[in-house]
Design a protein around this ligand. Structure first.
Ligand SMILES: C[S@@+](CC[C@H](N)C(=O)[O-])C[C@H]1O[C@@H](n2cnc3c(N)ncnc32)[C@H](O)[C@@H]1O
Length: 268
């Protein structure tokens, strides 16, 4: 359930799109590069990049498949897709689509990948099954998720700061999410096996994000955390920003765990 002032996933990413691209070189692009090297596309292949955002994995994949291949890059947020179209001008093999990928009609892909996307699906398991079903038999599948504990400390300080800035009671711990039960290497591997993939492998990519004031605030503006600001008025946002940065200082959060798990397998 959304907390007071929060908006849904699509609205959050619509609002975040420009800052999302700015945060890219610090976070999304290195995470996307790990995913692309795990999935390893060949020239001429057909790829579905689900929840593509502004292209952190879709663009390098398009370079790998080359002009004879295809990357269908799908995102539910129009502004994210618009940013991707600008950033990928000249890569004619990359087709950017604004759509809910959990009902995407394409099929027969050599590779289906989704980086930091599947845990946003309202029904994570059904949505992920659908993605797997778009791969050809024997095609590769690669999903990236946050490892347990990654990103959370920043989210907690932000939630406390937003409440403080409104003079409201501190919120409780964040509610459990479906992704929480798969965010360790063993639980992720079991889940992918249960979804019918063979040759499942989960690789851990350790990463930290330096939390300078500039990057720490960009993390809020340019990610799903944007939804926490929801429709707050500008003064409230300014106060929340000051409180958030002061809180990070108080708790000594100078580096944020941004470790990902890349789960790969073969569709039957
Ligand atoms: C954290 S971002 C990751 C974007 C990109 N893969 C990257 O790593 O930079 C998650 C993205 O998932 C998209 N998304 C969430 N639910 C979706 C859905 N049902 N269909 C398509 N895109 C979705 C959001 O709009 C957002 O762009």
């Amino acid at each position: 359930m959304a907390r007071q002032g929060e908006v849904g996933t699509r609205d959050a990413f619509d609002a975040a799109a420009a800052d999302f691209a700015a945060l890219g070189r610090h976070l999304w692009e290195p995470v996307g590069a790990d995913a692309v090297s795990a999935a390893g596309s060949q020239p001429g292949e057909r790829v579905l990049d689900a929840c593509c955002g502004t292209g952190a994995s879709a663009i390098p994949s398009a370079r790998q498949v080359g002009p004879g291949g295809l990357v269908d890059a799908v995102d539910i947020s129009g502004p994210m897709v618009a940013e991707l179209r600008e950033r990928s001008a000249g890569l004619s093999q990359l087709k950017a689509h604004e759509a809910d990928v959990t009902s995407w009609g394409g099929s027969g892909y050599d590779l289906v990948q989704s980086v930091l996307g599947i845990f946003f699906f309202p029904d994570m398991e059904a949505g992920t099954r659908h993605l797997i079903g778009t791969a050809r038999p024997g095609g590769r599948v690669a999903f990236t998720i946050w490892r347990r504990g990654a990103m959370d400390p920043a989210g907690r300080q932000l939630a406390l700061a937003v409440a403080e800035a409104a003079g409201a009671e501190p919120p409780g711990e964040r509610p459990k999410r479906p992704g929480d039960r798969i965010n360790q290497p063993d639980t992720f591997a079991t889940w992918l096996n249960d979804l019918g993939l063979s040759e499942v492998d989960v690789a851990v990519h350790e990463r930290t994000l330096p939390m300078t004031p500039e990057i720490a605030w960009l993390l809020v503006l340019g990610s799903g955390y944007r939804g926490v600001l929801g429709d707050l008025d500008p003064d409230h946002v300014d106060r929340a920003r000051d409180r958030y940065l002061a809180r990070l200082d108080d708790v000594g959060l100078t580096e944020l765990d941004a470790t990902t798990l890349v789960g790969t397998g073969i569709a039957r």
